[in-house]
Design a protein around this ligand. Structure first.
Ligand code: ADP
Ligand code: MG
Length: 610
């Protein structure tokens, strides 16, 4: 990047000198000037070739054509001054790219290049050489090179690079360490778990790389806009030439209307925006996700792990049949061993804390969105919700149902345990609401958005939670499949839906929404592909922020497009009425680019506002 800036600056100086020489010594220096003029086109030709390799047409192409035509027409001085103007514009744009790059350097600087591996002797290797399963050493104060699982008993990490929040986070053996975070404790060992392109660090790297390249994908909106403008430019030029038979004037119009700047506005604006959001813990994966975020009309939340903390606690065990309370817990916990569900954990932990031995459970079968069934001796065990009881044809007395409902009204989730075709008891779990849930919902409403909650949990529990945080709509007792159909049905209407989930069992719903927003990095391996946005530190309150910022970014882009179009149109009129020629046209073109880019730079203040 710096080299490119130097090259352009040198070329600019050379062209300027050649023009001065030509003016002073007239004919004698002309050959030199022509040569240097052609040389001055190099940066444009370079961009053109790079774009062509990606099978795209660089919008600098018309400029190259114009210079060639001017040279063929033997308007050498005009060609040279024209190239001079174009190079000044290029130089200014390179300066802007440097600013953009600086804004993301903080992120990339935090990613180390090498890491220490534990072999017979510790060895230092490039990060790309680390393989999954290898033991990585992170010294005190060092950075974690790849995502991994902590092997040392305990440590504290600073995850501020990824989360934007610099408080020490305690990690115990088995915890996930995120690449880029800093080890605040002593020397630690971890096992590399994700060295693939999905790892957090790889995602950040990709973000930074994309931001660096000018060939970042344009959003659909501007691509369309640039295409239309290009066609308008082409046809106007042809028509003007047919009417006036003046090639210079036609070329001047062509230069006035060519939408070169449009190829630059969006990458610059979205990159600045994405990098600033990333620093605050909002990882937006691409420009399209950012654009979709601006159009959202409804935000749909998953309940467990999204609106709630996802770490339920066991509140009460009620034995209803022939089995005692400890026996009930023992069988339920032994069955839940086979489930990955967050509701299984408190049951398993309770049994472990009471030192209950494991029962011999066979043929476990997870029923998604309902619970789990298995065999205990000759008996069928079912642990799950009402729907599971219906599936398994377990009768429930109205008295037992009333017992469950009374507690559900207070927000406890009832887990029914059936053994041998009879209801044996109910276990009650309660999950805490995230502290920021209520204000977040309120702020979203102030932004004019509708909110909804989807959950597989019982209606009473869902209503209680919805009432507490003031969410507009509730759909409960849903299977994972139901959640996807609801998202799809919503998309059939005019609604633009963002789905917020923890990515653990809602990845398909995230992928189905107009924008998928994943909470935190824990479920990220699954969720990253399906989610366009990741709230890295599990902080819901960043959601309104992300939406406001994305809108601000696109407002700037739209202003840019309107201003640039207006200038181009004005210059075109001046050309048509013969007020200015090709050089005047090129000058105004560059000036409009400068105005638009300066406007775009306002985005750098996006952080200071909130
Ligand atoms: P959510 O929509 O809250 O994320 P899920 O779709 O994962 O919920 O599960 C829906 C319901 O199915 C839970 O509220 C619970 O009643 C029941 N369930 C699912 N898995 C289990 C399990 N392993 N043990 C007990 N109940 C379960
Ligand atoms: Mg869930």
């Amino acid at each position: 990047m710096i080299q490119k800036r130097l090259t352009i600056a040198a070329l600019l100086a050379a062209v300027l000198l050649a023009i001065v020489a030509d003016l002073l010594f007239s004919q004698k220096a002309q050959a030199v000037m022509i040569f240097i003029t052609i040389l001055g086109l190099c940066p444009l030709i370079f961009d053109f070739v790079v774009a062509a390799r990606h099978k795209r047409l660089d919008l600098g192409f018309p400029i190259i054509i114009t210079v060639i035509i001017l040279l063929i027409l033997a308007s050498y001085l005009t060609a040279a001054v024209f190239v001079l103007l174009i190079l000044s514009g290029e130089l200014f744009r390179e300066y802007i790219y440097k600013r953009v790059q600086d804004s993301i350097r903080d992120i990339s600087r935090s990613l180390p290049d090498t890491a220490w591996l534990k072999r017979e002797q510790p060895v230092e290797v490039k990060i790309s050489e680390i393989k999954k399963g290898e033991t990585v050493i992170v010294k005190s104060g060092g950075r974690v090179p790849v995502d991994g699982i902590l092997q040392t008993e305990m440590t504290a990490m600073d995850e501020s690079v990824i989360t934007g929040e610099s408080r020490p986070i305690e990690k115990k053996r088995g915890a996930t360490l995120v690449a880029g975070s800093i080890n605040l404790g002593d020397y630690l060992e971890m096992i590399a778990s994700d060295v693939s392109t999905n790892s957090t660090i790889a995602q950040l790297h990709k973000l930074v790389d994309e931001a660096k390249s000018k060939n970042a994908p344009l959003s659909r909106f501007t691509t369309h806009y640039a295409e239309v403008t290009s066609l308008v430019a082409l046809f106007s030029t042809i028509i003007l030439f047919l009417v006036r038979h003046n090639l210079y004037q036609a070329l001047a119009l062509w230069v006035a209307l060519v939408p070169m700047i449009f190829a630059i506005i969006v990458p610059v604006a979205t990159t600045v925006g994405i990098s600033l959001l990333a620093k605050r813990g909002i990882l937006v994966k691409h420009a399209a996700a950012l654009e979709n975020l601006t159009k959202i009309t409804t935000i749909v939340f998953d309940k467990t792990g999204t609106l709630t903390k996802g770490t339920p606690e066991l509140q009460e065990i009620i034995a209803l049949g022939e089995f005692t309370q400890p026996k009930l817990l023992q069988v339920a916990a032994s069955t839940e061993q086979f489930s990955e569900h967050e509701l299984a954990r408190p049951i398993i932990e309770k049994a472990a804390s009471e030192e209950l031995p494991k029962e011999n459970i066979t043929e476990p079968h997870v029923v998604e969105g309902r619970g789990i069934t298995a065999k205990w001796g000759g008996k069928i065990v079912a642990v799950g919700n009402r729907q599971l009881l219906i599936d398994e044809k377990i009768p429930v007395s109205s008295q037992d149902l009333a017992t469950a409902e009374a507690r559900e009204e207070n927000g406890s989730t009832a887990i029914f345990v059936a053994i041998g075709g009879q209801l044996a008891g109910i276990i009650f779990l309660a999950d805490q609401l995230r502290s920021e849930a209520k204000t977040t919902i309120n702020n979203l409403r102030h932004l004019g958005l509708k909110t909804a909650m989807l959950t597989g949990d019982a209606k009473k529990v869902a209503d209680k939670i919805a009432g507490e945080i003031g969410i507009d709509q509730v759909r409960a007792e849903l299977s994972p499949q139901d959640k996807i159909s609801i998202i799809n049905q919503g998309k059939d209407t005019q609604e633009k839906i963002a789905m917020v989930g923890d990515g653990i069992n809602d990845a398909p719903a995230l992928a189905g929404a107009n924008v998928g927003i994943a909470m935190g990095l824990e479920g990220v391996e699954l969720a990253l592909d399906s989610a366009g946005v990741v709230l890295v530190n599990n902080n819901l309150s960043l959601l309104p922020d992300a939406i406001v910022s994305s809108k601000k970014i696109f407002r700037v882009i739209k202003t840019d497009l309107v201003v640039a179009s207006a200038i181009h149109f004005g210059v075109a009129l001046l050309v048509i009425f013969n007020v200015i020629g090709i050089l005047g046209s090129a000058l105004f073109h560059q000036l409009s680019s400068a105005v638009v880019l300066i406007n775009t730079m306002r985005l750098f203040s996006i952080n200071k506002r909130s």
